[in-house]
Design a protein around this ligand. Structure first.
Ligand code: C2O
Length: 545
């Protein structure tokens, strides 16, 4: 077991893309930011120094943060921000029982658009992958690019009371590929070898299809949870999710091949489409011999059937052949979520006075981030008064038919209220949450991410969840485990987890544009009865508001 020390300096970086020079916020002068590598059992200690003009926090997406909720990172949930111009905070956490691909990103305003990087967890010494050792590992961070400051993009969206301006391009490892002499990420392979692609969707607002021309994949993990090997030629990945896939280099070595990431839009009326490309060539081929590269044939931008079949095909790899899903459920919740418009609050400065503001909600509560103190600090002080309330509802206020009745969907939005409401859980209780996507006007697939836990995805489907029809379809043997589930447009997903980690844990939509709109809630988990189940006090340099 090792301690891994890292230093992250957050500051300005000027980057040229699409013939335009843009100042972005970046870590250690790199875009994407530095890769962090650790082994299961290690302690990771990251010293963050904020030299940028913005408030910063860093989130270690998918790290379970056992007894280290203080290091989780979401702004005003686990901490106050690290202040501009020299603020510091040291994140310290253990990697316990986790292997695979995760990532880190800023968790305040839209800054994660450029403040992100890979977080790779390898097996402990003497342990190995549950699949043949690949010849090489290749990290592929998929992202979005704006010819603008992303902080301004967010401001504009809040002021307009609508969606933000679309990015102008997608990226693979920060590069757009193709078009007006945009540089390509290049991957040179050797025929007959197998490569482990560690694919991360760091895009702000779009799910993606990913393919490599003339090659196919075997998916072996998702969100740093091993899966049964699943063969496919297309990978579907929502913001926040990761996929580990083996790719065998078995195409004609004389050819050149594009790998491509392309927008998948569940919104039927969507018009945005973008593609990032990278180049795959074989070692045996001389460079630049004038060969055109082959483009993979991508699914249609709104091919939800392909997306759902990918998501529903994954199953979890059993350890020692034994199922681990908890069969007893203590708390059952039905959580609906969607988007609507509400009037501006009197004190709300970033709001369109005539149109109102977009209010995204869960069980008709639009989440408000506290301002005076983080949720976690208030929890530790045992003094939620004025910071949060413990009345997040287990069910929506009224049951609606989310599939057929536009008027009822409107009513679902009408009841939206604002608040900082959490759901309090006893230590070790088992929770099942049916996530019901209510949006039928502007139906859109929402990737919901839970901090602090991996959950089992027991089933997913379209239409209204119906216990009589759907409970028997639950996979209680080998469901996939994830930290982010893409809840189908106009559909549902059922997840289960054990609340064995004390602290404050946000669950939110990983389309970043929906976070300031309030598509979030938080679980408050009590300390357990034994000393090894008690959240320690905050670190001495814990930022204050
Ligand atoms: Cu990857 Cu709360 O985020």
């Amino acid at each position: 077991k090792q301690c891994r020390h890292e230093l992250m300096y957050v500051g300005n970086l000027t980057v040229e893309r699409l013939g335009h020079s843009q100042v972005i916020t970046a870590v250690n002068g790199q875009f994407p930011g530095p890769k962090i590598e650790a082994r299961d059992g290690d302690t990771v200690i990251v010293h963050v120094v904020n030299g940028s003009p913005y408030n910063i926090t860093i989130h270690w997406h998918g790290i379970l943060q056992r007894l280290s909720s203080w290091a989780d990172g979401p702004n005003m949930v686990s901490q106050c921000p690290i202040r501009p111009s020299g603020g510091r905070y040291t994140y310290r956490f253990n990697v316990t029982g986790q292997e695979g691909t995760l990532w880190w990103h800023a968790h305040v305003s839209f800054l994660r658009a450029t403040v992100y990087g890979a977080l790779l967890l390898r097996p402990a010494p003497r342990a190995s992958y549950p699949f043949p050792k690949p010849h090489r590992e290749v990290t592929l961070l998929l992202g979005e690019w704006w010819n603008a400051s992303v902080v301004d993009v967010e401001r504009q969206a809040l002021l307009a009371g609508g969606a933000p301006n679309n990015s102008v391009a997608l990226t693979i490892n920060g590069l757009i590929g193709g078009g007006d002499d945009e540089a390509y990420q290049q991957l040179t392979v050797e025929r007959g070898r197998t490569y482990l692609l560690r694919i991360i969707n760091a895009a702000l607002n779009y799910q993606l299809f990913f393919k490599v021309a003339a090659h196919s994949f075997t998916v072996v993990a998702a969100d740093a949870c091993y899966t049964d090997p699943y063969d496919t030629d297309v990978i579907v990945i929502a913001p926040g999710q990761t996929v580990d896939a083996l790719m065998r280099a078995d195409a004609d070595p004389a050819g050149r091949y594009y790998m491509a990431a392309q927008v998948y839009q569940s919104l039927a009326s969507a018009t945005y489409s973008a593609t990032a490309r990278a180049l795959v060539t074989y070692q045996q081929v001389r460079d630049d011999d004038g060969l055109l590269a082959e483009m993979p044939s991508m699914p249609a931008f709104n091919d939800s059937a392909t997306a759902q079949s990918f998501y529903a095909s994954l199953t979890g790899l059993l350890q020692d052949g034994k199922p681990t899903v908890p069969l007893h459920v203590d708390t059952r919740m039905l959580v609906t979520f969607g988007l609507g418009v509400t009037p501006c609050a009197p004190a709300q400065t970033l709001c369109n006075r005539t149109r109102g503001s977009v209010a995204a909600s869960m069980n008709n509560v639009s989440f408000e981030f506290p301002t005076a103190m983080s949720l976690l600090e208030a929890h530790m002080r045992g003094a939620p008064d004025g910071v949060y309330t413990r009345d997040f509802p287990d069910r929506p206020p009224v049951m609606f038919d989310f599939t057929s009745d536009a008027a009822s969907a409107d009513r679902a939005v009408m009841f939206t209220s604002k608040g900082t409401k959490v759901k309090a859980l006893r230590y070790n209780e088992t929770v099942e949450v049916v996530l019901q996507n209510t949006a039928i006007l502007g139906a859109e697939n929402h990737p919901l991410h839970l901090h602090g836990f991996n959950f089992y995805v027991l089933a997913q489907g379209t239409g209204n969840f119906n216990a009589h029809r759907h409970l028997h379809a639950y996979n209680l043997v080998n469901p996939q485990q994830r930290n982010t589930v893409a809840v189908p447009a106009g559909g549902w997903a059922s997840i289960r987890f054990t609340a064995d980690n004390p602290g404050m844990w946000i669950m939110h939509c990983h389309l970043d544009t929906h976070l300031p709109f309030g598509l979030a809630m938080a679980f408050e988990v009590d300390d357990g009865p034994t000393p090894d189940a008690v959240l320690p006090p905050p670190p001495p340099d814990y930022p204050q508001c």
